[in-house]
Design a protein around this ligand. Structure first.
Ligand code: CO8
Length: 261
């Protein structure tokens, strides 16, 4: 993995095939300034391009996954500048990463921090995790999916309450609503996320990429178009050696050895 020399994030390889990116502005509760997000884009693109990497884990500190976009950096921005420069538009780059990204959330995931977690593919929560869209308290609204991805994840009523009142939801409620896949025991969220990454790393990476593409398409397409797209992806996998290997291994009662071909 590209370990790189970054100022606002740490990049490491805790397990074979897994890159761990740790947001590292602890004093600012990992507030997402533009420098941090540029580094995050750089590190995720490097991991995406690195054939030795199969999954990315994204985490913050014990106290905060990320407390939002950097309010101090944002407070004097004028409309003309925001519009002309597509202010914070580069955040969406994360959604173009082909490899799975697992968010390991402890503590605050607020505003842009909650949106960042929701741009990931799987969210695991520590018992301390708190999710919220408090932008309404700053006289604005979310700008990176807090009204969109959150609504798809938790439904209209909860999303409205969170967006209109700024109410936070804790780990258990987030799991109950489907915002996170599960709550893990205190202190284990990064290890658990790395385990998920390691499991993913043992599959056919072509099938993994297709599975992620398929699930993500469900957010864009009608059921008819979505299932058609899924079937086409499914058909295409019969052109891979990994499909032959996976099914042969099952028939021969042995473990498959995928070559990502
Ligand atoms: N931006 C900048 N600095 C922050 C942020 C932030 N979002 N959050 C915390 N900090 C800083 C604090 O200013 C403080 O710095 P200092 O020590 O220099 O005073 C330090 O982090 C520690 O914070 P607190 O002392 O406030 O810690 P507490 O434990 O008392 O409180 C809270 C923790 C409740 C998380 C509190 O810090 C808080 O409310 N933070 C702001 C949360 C928030 O409003 N987030 C939403 C921001 S707006 C946003 O994210 C819009 C996204 C749009 C994306 C658009 C993309 C296209």
């Amino acid at each position: 993995a590209s370990i790189g020399s970054y100022e606002n994030i740490l990049v490491s390889q805790p397990a074979s095939g897994v890159t761990l990116i740790t947001l590292n502005r602890p004093k600012a509760l990992n507030a997402l300034n533009s420098a941090l997000f540029r580094e995050l884009n750089d590190a995720t693109e490097a991991a995406d391009a690195d054939p030795s990497v199969s999954a990315i884990v994204l985490t913050g500190s014990e106290k905060a996954f990320a407390a939002g976009a950097d309010i101090k950096e944002m407070k004097d921005v004028e409309y003309a500048h925001a519009y002309k420069t597509n202010f914070l538009g580069h955040w969406t780059k994360l959604t173009t990463i082909k490899k799975p990204i697992i968010a390991a959330v402890s503590g605050f995931a607020l505003g842009g921090g909650c949106e960042l977690a929701m741009m990931c593919d799987i969210i695991l929560a520590a018992p301390t995790a708190q999710f919220g869209q408090p932008e309404i308290n700053l006289g604005v609204i979310p700008g990176a999916g807090g009204t969109q991805r959150l609504t798809k994840a938790v439904g209209k009523s909860v999303a409205m309450e969170m967006n209109l009142t700024g109410r936070f939801i804790g780990a258990d409620e987030a799991a109950q609503r489907g915002l996170v896949s599960r709550v893990v025991t205190e202190g284990s969220v990064v290890d658990e996320a790395v385990k998920v990454g390691s499991i993913i790393a043992k599959k056919s990476q072509i099938a993994i990429q297709a599975a992620k593409e398929g699930v993500n398409a469900s957010f864009e397409l009608s059921l008819q178009e979505g299932t058609r797209f899924e079937r086409r992806l499914f058909h295409s996998l019969f052109a891979t050696k990994d499909q032959k290997e996976g099914m042969a291994a099952f028939a021969e009662k042995r473990k498959p050895s995928f070559k990502n071909e």
